[in-house]
Design a protein around this ligand. Sequence first.
Ligand code: GLP
Length: 311
Amino acid sequence: MNKEKGEEEELVNIDEKGNYENKEKKEVRKSKQNLKLSNLLLLILLLIIIIVIYLIYKYKKKCHIELIIANNYEEMSKRAADIISKLIKENPRAILGLATGSTPIGLYQELIKQNKNKEISFKNITTYNLDEYCDIPQSHQQSYYSYMQENFFKYIDINPNNTHLPKGEGNIELNVKNYEEALEKHKINLQLLGVGRNSHIGFNEPGTHFDLGVHVVKLDNKTIQDNSRFFDNDISRVPKKAITMGIKNILDADTIILMANGTNKAEAVKYVMSGIIDENIPVSSLNTHKGKVYVIVDKDAASKIEYNKSN
Ligand code: GLP
């Protein structure tokens, strides 16, 4: 039935316009079809190009992390210190974000040495620390304020007015606001980080939103337990709250150095290097950083990196 109808239509064409015109029409139709096909191919090609560009961008985003595996703690400290002293030489007015804990002690000693040798000067350097305990006075031996004086500031030529730590006493809400405002005004050129066994950075415990600024935090039990070694192994003496830069503040820095040594940090280091992004693993936020990230570790801390194992 349909076939008959088709034949009828073709006959009508022959009758009305003749064979020659009908062929021409067919050719026009054909070339229109070809045009449609080439447009479709062009569109597919464009889509492929967009996907390739996206993949390259994604790949590059992961590769902004530079992994340095040092043979030991001393070498790790020296490698990190050299990156900081290079920055200070290039920009004597640089703003540094500093960290506490046992990890950066060797780095501070190396910077003190370079300052004593007049290789670098801190005269015009400004510093902002990551965090501070709440509910203990600045004068407490284990406050991060005391840590910074005892392990770094008192040995270098820095102007004390240019050194800043969040304040864990008094009006905490106001302290949070003031520190956030100060960080908004002063962009950190280089942020130094250690990492907790539970992968916290600063005092940003697992579950912290990556877009959070300066805030007060209730410390994780693991963190309290780990930090009790600085409080005569007495958990009851460890402060339960702290004030910390948020992950947003950390990620605002141009460059980040993450240092880690020892097998108890290997899991956290593995997460960073795997490229994972998960709010339950605070250190994984570094995989969203727009700038440069150096991950400087000793062999033990690098022992779980999958890339390392396959090489
Ligand atoms: C503390 C600090 C962190 C530090 C972490 C690891 O909780 N708030 O900034 O990175 O401890 O400390 P350590 O280097 O002693 O292992």
